[in-house]
Design a protein around this ligand. Structure first.
Ligand SMILES: CCCCCCCCCCCCC/C=C/C(=O)SCCNC(=O)CCNC(=O)[C@H](O)C(C)(C)COP(=O)(O)OP(=O)(O)OC[C@H]1O[C@@H](n2cnc3c(N)ncnc32)[C@H](O)[C@@H]1OP(=O)(O)O
Length: 724
């Protein structure tokens, strides 16, 4: 709703819809009625629109796009037009954020003032729509086409100073923005409104419209191939330059309606809420984010200053927390410090940070070679080599020197967290924190709860994760957890396809066309074929298998003859300039299909008596993606992942899954579970020896329901108890 009050001859309209004043139906109605009431009241001379609580409205209520309420009278277009048509001056007083529909409301106002820390922007492209309440028509009339194209197609937030410079704000004010808004409104109450109604203005840089829009269109197509919304934004902005407002708004609405009903918008809006759901955890027994109070974390330590460890240190420092870095010897410690210093120097050079801030941040780092120095820290994150014996040794040492209530976390991507915890006398205060590389950049944190991890440990680690800028997803303990476990069948199928008739570039092309930025075999080259070879050897050992014997490893999906042949020839990937592909030189990024690799593959097939066949792209697509999705359902049925949304966030933020499909589980719901199950069963019959094609029981049950079960209810069909 919107609260209406009068202060002298000023009507003040507060949008009131906590926590972010999203412009849902009742808020729109309140604003519309408020303007009407103020217009009718002869004692009112001017009007201020503002937001209650922490922000100005941050946009339309995204949930109303799916429910259809966004179109209900008065829709946002009607509210903005009502404000603009008012015969008394209307001032937007912005604090916090004025985003999307919030900014559109402001552009409907005759004046806009903002607090020093306010931010404005049109983030609609991120949720698959456009600023469809006149945003694409009004913004260019205020600030010109060029900056409008930049702001609307990027979805970026614009700070107060920049907004003033561009002309979005008329004034920046100190102190309480509503009080200042009232003062400002009084100062303009006798000014004529002619010239202040944005829809009547002309776009200033109209003569360059075609050139600007053509170049913006080329840019959005290059940057976000396959995304509908940025393309529609450019189209709508072009219209603004060429058409009067009354016609432009109709075209904007038509484009908006197309986008609103597109699968992309649905998927992107699903991802928006899934990301916010991720940190809302619950564990068996009922303890949850809502019931458990985290312990305060005032200091941290990281063990291991390699690539991952250094990145983790930076996340902690960036959050303003002191961090001790421990290494095994001076050489490694110096290398870690140098890496961290270098990355901060890079940020300064790129203008992302001031030299002073970098210095201040770095002053929070305390390097040491002595474990004893960790005695007072609240949380330690171990980031040593992925080796159980080594990790247990480190945890044993940490357990001895750290204070009793310190939390000990392991940055492991696959290892058993209970086994690591068993090296301590505090398994309740041990947890996995699986960072993704580069740790200072990637937003995902897969947090692994061991069998004995206490709810308070989960609460504290979750809170710390958010504080260091991550999106934490709580998962259960199993080999590879959720992300890497799902990765296994995907990469296995990619490699098995090579033995049956495909070449690396053909597999990667299908996956890249789907929208994953880099195909599985190029990822193999990036990670290093020696690394994956060693992982296969270690996993085989753990399972008591001889990794050199095909009959041993094949039933476990650990037989990779092409990879092995390349490894034996010293083709270790990008770093040696040759792997599944060739590269111009060692370390180069451009993968070139290599006839030598094709010969190696053909030779292998001849030796094994395999008749190679042409593999259609659809088969590549299904075998890589459906096997991965099937594994995702298994993590749900086993309670390793708590919700399909969590699986999706892991893949969206950790593995480059295209956001406009919503993630593997949302994508599955779009394929249709009956159809998906049928295809998985087909491949199971075709490859009965491959365990990853055994259909998930959960998927089977869901696919057999008479009506499609909404994704949010899938959990009710998972029979096993949660292993979180
Ligand atoms: C012929 C005529 C036909 C006409 C047909 C058309 C008619 C209809 C026209 C309609 C046109 C509409 C045009 C406008 C479109 C929009 O405005 S789209 C929305 C644009 N805005 C956004 O995308 C902002 C999204 N929010 C954020 O970026 C962040 O929330 C924030 C504002 C930066 C704040 O961040 P933070 O403090 O970190 O809080 P969060 O955790 O992100 O959010 C807190 C809770 O609020 C929920 N939430 C946030 N934004 C929205 C929203 N816009 N709608 C609904 N809910 C929102 C968020 O989910 C959190 O909820 P909880 O997790 O439950 O706490």
């Amino acid at each position: 709703m919107a609260d209406y009050r009068k202060q002298g001859d000023v009507a003040v309209l507060h949008a009131n819809n906590p926590p972010v004043n999203a412009l849902s139906y009742h808020v729109r109605q309140g604003l519309y009625d408020g303007i009407e009431a103020a217009e009718k009241d002869p004692s009112v001379k001017c009007i201020v629109i503002c937001g209650k609580g922490k922000t100005f409205p941050v946009g339309a209520d995204i949930r109303e796009f799916a429910s259809g309420s966004a179109k209900k009278f008065p829709n946002l277009i009607e509210v903005c037009d009502k404000i603009e048509a008012c015969t008394k001056p209307v001032v937007a007083a912005i604090h916090g954020f004025a985003l999307g529909g919030g900014l559109e409301i402001s552009l409907g106002c005759h004046y806009r003032i903002g607090g020093t820390s306010c931010k404005v922007g049109f983030p609609e492209v991120n949720i698959g729509v456009l600023p469809g309440a006149g945003g694409t028509q009004r913004l260019p009339r205020v600030i010109g086409l060029k900056p409008s194209l930049d702001i609307i197609t990027s979805g970026c937030h614009v700070g107060a100073k920049e907004a003033l410079k561009l002309g979005i704000l008329d004034k920046i004010v100190q102190g309480d923005v509503v009080t200042e808004g009232i003062k400002f409104a009084k100062s303009v109450q006798n000014q004529p409104l002619h010239g202040r109604r944005v829809s009547t203005m002309a776009v200033p840089d109209v003569s360059q419209a075609n050139a600007l829009c053509n170049s913006a269109m080329a840019e959005v197509k290059r940057k976000s191939s396959g995304l509908l919304a940025p393309v529609a934004c450019v189209k709508s902005l072009r219209v603004a330059a060429q058409t009067p407002y009354k016609d432009g708004i109709k075209i904007e609405s038509a484009l908006m309606l197309q986008l609103m009903t597109s699968g992309q918008a649905k998927a992107l809006q699903y991802a928006f809420f899934a990301e916010r759901l991720a940190s809302k955890w619950q564990v068996p027994g009922g303890a949850s984010h809502a019931t458990v109070t985290p312990r305060p974390v005032k200091s941290c330590a990281v063990v291991g200053g390699g690539y991952m460890g250094s990145g983790i240190v930076m996340c902690i420092l960036n959050a303003g927390l002191p961090c001790i870095l421990v290494e095994a010897n001076q050489k490694f410690l110096d290398r870690g410090i140098k890496m961290i210093q270098g990355l901060y120097a890079g940020s300064v050079k790129l203008g992302k940070m001031s030299e002073q801030d970098a210095k201040k941040t770095l002053s929070l780092l305390k390097p040491t070679l002595r474990y004893e120095d960790l005695k007072d820290v609240d949380v330690v994150i171990e980031a040593v080599f992925e080796d159980m014996k080594l990790k247990q040794e480190v945890f044993g040492k940490l357990d001895k020197v750290c204070k009793k209530d310190a939390l000990l976390c392991s940055n492991t991507s696959t290892l058993n967290i209970d086994k690591i915890a068993s090296a301590t006398r505090r398994p309740d205060r041990v947890m996995g924190m699986h960072f993704f590389a580069p740790a200072y950049y990637m937003k995902l944190l897969e947090n692994i709860r061991g069998a004995e991890t206490s709810p308070q440990t989960v609460a504290t680690v979750t809170q710390l994760s958010v504080k260091i800028g991550k999106v934490p997803v709580l998962v259960g303990n199993c080999h590879g957890f959720v992300g890497n476990r799902m990765m296994a069948p995907y990469t296995t199928e990619a490699q098995r396809l090579l033995e049956e008739g495909a070449y690396p570039h053909q597999v990667d092309q299908v996956i890249e066309e789907f929208g994953i930025p880099i195909g599985p075999l190029k990822v193999g080259d990036l990670t290093g074929l020696d690394v994956s070879w060693k992982i296969t050897r270690e996993v085989s050992r753990m399972l008591g298998l001889d990794h050199t014997k095909r009959e041993d490893v094949e039933p476990f999906g650990l037989y990779f003859p092409v990879r092995n042949a390349l490894y034996e020839k010293g083709r270790l990937g990008r770093k040696t300039g040759a792997g599944f592909y060739k590269y111009e030189k060692a370390g180069s990024k451009v993968a070139i299909p290599d006839p030598l690799v094709m010969d190696i593959i053909d030779h292998h097939c001849r030796e094994e008596g395999i008749d190679r066949r042409r593999i259609p792209p659809q088969e590549i697509y299904e075998r890589c993606l459906y096997s991965l999705i099937n594994e995702g359902f298994k993590t749900l049925e086993e309670g390793i992942a708590a919700r399909p949304e969590d699986v999706d966030i892991i893949w969206l933020l950790g593995y480059g899954w295209p956001r406009y499909t919503g993630g593997p589980m949302h994508f599955a719901s779009q394929i249709g579970l009956r159809r998906l199950y049928g295809r998985i069963e087909y491949y199971h019959n075709k490859y009965p020896d491959r365990d990853h094609w055994t259909p998930s029981r959960l998927l089977k049950t869901l696919s057999q329901q008479e009506h499609p079960v909404p994704l949010a209810q899938w959990g009710q069909f998972a029979s096993t108890t949660s292993r979180l």
